[in-house]
Write a protein that binds this ligand. Structure first.
Ligand SMILES: NC(=O)c1ccc[n+]([C@@H]2O[C@H](COP(=O)([O-])OP(=O)(O)OC[C@H]3O[C@@H](n4cnc5c(N)ncnc54)[C@H](OP(=O)(O)O)[C@@H]3O)[C@@H](O)[C@H]2O)c1
Length: 310
């Protein structure tokens, strides 16, 4: 694939870095398009110097998107954010921003586009995040016929925010509050599997125009995942059910903070299961046998973390 050039929007992020690493490992030239390329210089270490190019682009600014996709064979859009801030709304990033990437990729005669969405994306959802993801999918399909959409469940791996945050809380506090009774189902998927899925999609033209839901090999309740984390950090903690209305109140109060650790939308997301529906293609259809949480978690969550308080 040495003559190919793939632009990865969001290539400095948690998932984006892994995608860049996988593409670079197979000899692909990669252009990483982000708002802060100076924060992404470590990516250069993944490959020989000229193989990875860092460019400044904001998906909200279509002229920067046009420059970033120029002379590329494929584009992967992995841009995302979880908290709205100023003009950086969910709609601006997951909706209109995604449209800008798809439209400019089409205009630049890019062959393949992969759009990273999320499980449960739904343009009619009452969650602004899920709704923007759903609208984004619709806009991207209209602008780029043949786009491949990947919808991961919660993604885990070294540097993830999900398990690392839970482990940090578990080390510091004697009591862990559950969302409701902790019965929400999740199907975490390994970041390396999602990155491999991108590589497989680009290598296989039959994946054009298809949607894949990406989940791990097992479904867990939130409570079961907390227990896994506790075992991993070697702590005994009390798990306390906390009704959702209290979480809603807490999130409403936190909305006044400059960087709220919890938002109303995140609470909303925890009210519904986040698992592969079985109505679309999956990792297995890409020839990937997903890796379990139990296999990977011990490689980056352990009892002797330097921040551990007890
Ligand atoms: N992590 C998960 O558990 C999970 C689960 C399901 C779906 N997803 C989806 O997977 C994708 C990647 O998630 P992630 O966890 O890797 O996110 P992340 O770590 O927050 O990375 C986001 C990336 O997007 C870039 N970015 C943000 N706003 C941008 C903008 N306006 N224009 C250009 N680049 C921008 C960021 O770099 P700069 O700040 O330098 O621009 C960064 O490289 C997202 O679409 C996310 O919604 C993630």
């Amino acid at each position: 694939m040495a003559s190919k050039r793939v632009t990865v929007f969001g290539g400095s992020g948690f998932l984006g870095r892994q995608i860049v690493k996988c593409l670079a490992a197979e000899g692909t030239n990669v252009r990483v398009a982000v708002r802060h390329p100076e924060r992404a210089s470590l990516l250069k270490g993944f490959a020989r110097d000229s193989q990875i190019e860092l460019v400044r682009a904001d998906v909200w600014d279509e002229s920067t998107v046009a420059r970033a996709v120029k002379n590329c064979t494929s584009v992967i859009n992995t841009v995302g954010h979880y908290v709205e801030k100023g003009s950086s709304t969910f709609d601006a990033v997951h909706g209109q921003g995604a449209l800008h990437v798809a439209r400019q990729a089409r205009q630049a005669a890019v062959e393949r586009l992969i759009h990273i969405s999320g499980l449960g994306a739904d343009p009619t959802s009452d969650s602004p995040y899920v709704r923007a993801r759903g609208i984004g999918e619709v806009l991207v399909k209209e602008a780029f016929d043949g786009v491949t959409i990947l919808r991961p469940s919660v993604i885990f791996g070294p540097d993830d925010s999900f398990f690392n945050t839970l482990a940090g809380i578990a080390r510091r506090t004697p009591v862990l509050p559950l969302f409701g009774m902790g019965r929400t189902n999740l199907q975490p998927v390994f970041v390396g599997d999602v990155a491999e899925a991108c590589v497989s999609v680009l290598a296989d033209p039959s994946t054009e125009g298809k949607v894949y839901e990406l989940g791990g090999p097992r479904v867990y309740t939130y409570k079961a995942l907390l227990r896994l984390v506790l075992r991993q950090v070697d702590r005994r903690r009390v798990l306390v059910p906390l009704p959702f209305f209290l979480w809603d109140t807490l999130a409403a109060l936190m909305a006044f903070l400059p960087d709220p650790p919890l938002t109303r939308d995140q609470v909303k997301l925890m009210k519904r299961d986040n698992v592969v529906e079985g109505t679309t293609l999956t990792l297995e259809d890409l020839g990937i046998g997903p890796i379990s949480v139990e296999e990977i978690l011990p490689t980056y969550i352990n009892p002797n973390h330097r921040n551990s308080a007890s």
